[in-house]
Design a protein around this ligand. Sequence first.
Ligand SMILES: [Zn+2]
Length: 249
Amino acid sequence: MSNPDADLLERMLTMGKPVTLKLDLDCGFDGTFTGANIIGEITGREKPDEAVVIGGHLDSWDPGTGAIDDGAGVAIATGAAHLIGTLPQHPKRSIRVVAFANEEAGMFGGHSFGDAHKADVAKFTIGAESDFGSGRVWRLSSKVKPEALGAIDQIMQVLAPLGVERGVDGRARGGDFGAMGDAGMAMLDLTQDGTRYFDWHHTANDTLDKIDPKDLAQNMAVYAVFSYLAAEADGDFGSAPGAFATEKK
Ligand SMILES: [Zn+2]
């Protein structure tokens, strides 16, 4: 039951009269099918096989439309890559956008992406998934090698005017990119304002009217800034097989 419906039920109960509740449930597991991650990229001008990876997930729960979970994330990553693609020249490395299949039932797309690419983890410069609606990004946490912290500081100089503060280093989970993170990919966590997120997500209330275009634009700007600067960086962020192995969530 969604929070707005629970609030309504609570209000009816306070009136002291019997309340009848009818539940229409259709829960179960109907077997497996083949899905696909959808991947696009702005190809890098100098190191096209190295990529900054950003994305969201394509699926949503059955009620509602999945606008905040996770249409917003796919829009943020795609919009950021589109902005970079309109620049006069592409960045040094590629910007790859992944719209993951079937996150909700167990990160199937994320795991298969990891299986397909973990042997090449060093080619994945840094990654971040957007999967928390369209609330503004207010904090950047990182998981990069110590020598790359200066580059993160430079990215922060551009992000600070957008209202983003610096979080810790050593902790960035990655969502659908988690399998790549476990394999040794450097990662960012761009923490969003989730004040209203859990009022709506996974319910019939997850619809487009819950998205503030200005907040969505701030997210897109944050992803565009970090993706572009990371793709242009002189050095790398430490992605390597087995890197960050001491970090356990
Ligand atoms: Zn999600």
